[in-house]
Design a protein around this ligand. Structure first.
Ligand SMILES: Cc1cc2nc3c(=O)[nH]c(=O)nc-3n(C[C@H](O)[C@H](O)[C@H](O)COP(=O)(O)OP(=O)(O)OC[C@H]3O[C@@H](n4cnc5c(N)ncnc54)[C@H](O)[C@@H]3O)c2cc1C
Length: 521
């Protein structure tokens, strides 16, 4: 008998989503990730849960409908990590006519179920706050709904939940080879420099942009589908507007870009689409892409956006199923799941394409494809909150207020950040602390030793980067000195709980105040 029912290669959103779903249906699951969770494309997205208004133009109705429906499923599953977002689409007299935008938005409003998110409105930009940062030429616009998600934390919390349901999650563990042997898969792993072998009844290749490499070089199989690797870059600048709406701007090249309120006082602008050749480990935003994004935003904003305003930039690589489209922007965003399971052979499921938005559905479909090989429980993820997400979809304000009541030393922005990250599990970090200094050493203004300890013990964090760029986005605020102190703290093993902290936490449950998680013992 194999060590595991299912082995999954890749700790991005698709691998983590499949691991969670499979573990919840009773399979024994191993997930291996060569680096940190979400260290690939799943932390480099635009972070939208969206149907994709633009995909209507290429008649991708199935994909758009599925994604539109998923918006509210994810908002309910993870009310801490997600946020409904209104998008302003200014009408540009030289581009798509207003009737076309109206028709697209009508379909967008009605294709997928919508209970939480409000519908489209027409706006007079000359008399609305969202028109103020724009050039005067933009007089009419539309405002419609989609949602925002912390992409990297979505991956991490899927992995945490999978682990709580019995999955084994191994980060910094790379698959180096896999062969079919005696009806199972035999996997050779490089786990932090040590060679290990394990067996599994079925294998999932969810390696994102690395998928072709895994198929050809590690499984030594002929790829059964073509993929295109397409890079997309983003820039982050100081806040360009005060309100909480995002913008979607049409470009003359037929593409769209977004300008989104980001991390309190910043604006995120993206993205580009260009065929990628290079090192997958470190894709970067090129100077040309940064200039393109600044130029595209400056068509609309009254105050031009220039490359010298960029405080941060990042790039990710999409692995798209190649449907023969000529231009990268026109390739399908549909996912395709290829199952290779001849009689007597251990099955291999390969994931092509996908979006953050549709990862949960992708996992359901993956398990449906694998069902003939296992005795599986019924689909269950649509209504099961992610860790810390067991509160109403519009409950962040109330939870933030409660957190400030319980821990009055938290500033409003700090309390909000913590609630958005940990939801009802926040008490597991703050316990019965009465003062900030009871939470231990501080790294920058907000990050405390207590939070870092929690991330190391419960969320697979091991390095300063894991904490600053994927478990949080505090990398945007923490300086080099604080980062060095954090690295020292994490390397020293200082994160082991002192006995008094342990007792304090065990003694003082704060569950009565609405946080359901039990304090850590
Ligand atoms: C610029 C950009 C913007 C986007 N914006 C959005 C958006 O707003 N909304 C949306 O819904 N989608 C968006 N997407 C799409 C979305 O980000 C991706 O579809 C998704 O993140 C892919 O997840 P994944 O799990 O397939 O791949 P990844 O996240 O890349 O995960 C694959 C993992 O496999 C690991 N791996 C590879 N080889 C091995 C090995 N041999 N052993 C062990 N591990 C291995 C890698 O380290 C990696 O972590 C965007 C994509 C890009 C590029």
């Amino acid at each position: 008998m194999a060590d595991y029912d299912l082995a999954i290669i890749g700790g991005g959103i698709n691998g983590a989503g499949i691991a969670r779903d499979a573990a919840g249906r009773g399979l024994s699951v191993l997930l291996v990730e060569q680096n940190d969770l979400a260290s690939g494309t799943s932390s480099k997205s635009t972070k939208l849960i969206h149907g994709g208004l633009r995909y209507l133009e290429v008649y991708a109705f199935r994909l758009v409908r599925e994604a539109l429906i998923e918006r509210e499923v994810l908002i309910r599953m993870a009310p801490h990590l997600t946020q409904p977002l209104r998008f302003v689409l200014p009408h540009h007299s030289g581009l798509r006519p207003a009737w076309m935008l109206r028709l697209g938005l009508f379909l967008y409003d009605h294709l997928g179920g919508r209970h939480i998110l409000p519908g489209t409105q027409v706006l007079d930009l000359t008399h609305h706050v969202v028109g103020e940062p724009l050039k005067r030429a933009f007089r009419q616009g539309f405002v419609y709904s989609d949602a925002w998600v912390d992409d990297a934390r979505l991956v991490v919390l899927n992995a945490v939940d999978a682990a709580e349901r019995g999955a084994v999650i191994r980060t910094r563990t790379k698959l180096t080879r896999a062969d079919r042997e005696g009806g199972d898969w035999q996997l050779v792993l490089n786990a932090r420099g040590k060679r290990e072998t394990v067996t599994a009844s079925a294998l999932v290749n969810a390696a994102g942009a690395w998928t072709p490499e895994v198929t050809e070089h590690l499984l030594r199989l002929k790829p059964r589908a073509h993929v295109r690797l397409v890079k997309g870059s983003h820039i982050v600048v100081r806040r360009l507007f005060e309100h909480d709406h995002a913008y979607i701007f049409q470009n003359a090249d037929g593409r769209v870009i977004f300008a989104i309120p980001y991390e309190r006082d910043l604006t995120l602008i993206g993205t580009t689409d260009e065929d990628f050749i290079g090192d997958l480990a470190a894709p970067t935003a090129s100077a040309a892409e940064i200039t393109y994004l600044c130029g595209a935003a400056s068509v609309y904003f009254r105050n031009p956006v220039t490359p010298d305003q960029v405080v941060h930039a990042y790039a990710g690589v999409r692995q798209l199923y190649d449907d023969g489209a000529r231009r990268a922007k026109d390739l399908t965003r549909e996912y395709v799941l290829d199952l290779e399971a001849r009689a007597g052979q251990a099955p291999l499921l390969t994931v092509y394409g996908g979006k953050i938005t549709t990862y949960r559905r992708l996992a359901e479909v993956a398990l449906k494809r694998l069902a003939p090989s296992f005795k599986l429980g019924a689909p269950w993820t649509a209504e099961a909150p992610l860790p810390g997400g067991d509160f109403p979809h519009d409950g962040v304000e109330a939870l933030t207020a409660r957190a400030r009541g319980l821990w009055p030393f938290l500033t409003e922005p700090n309390a909000r950040r913590l609630v958005r990250a940990y939801g009802t599990r926040l008490d597991r970090i703050l316990g019965t602390a009465r003062r900030m200094d009871e939470l231990g050493e501080r790294f920058g203004d907000e990050l405390t030793a207590a939070e870092v300890r929690y991330l190391m013990r419960h969320e697979f964090a091991e390095t300063a980067d894991d904490v600053l760029w994927r478990r949080s986005k505090l990398g945007l605020r923490v300086g080099a000195e604080a980062e060095a102190a954090l690295t020292r703290f994490m390397e020293n093993g200082d994160w082991c709980p002192e006995p008094e902290v342990r007792t304090q936490r065990a003694a003082g449950s704060v569950a009565n105040f609405g946080f359901k998680g039990a304090p850590e013992s």
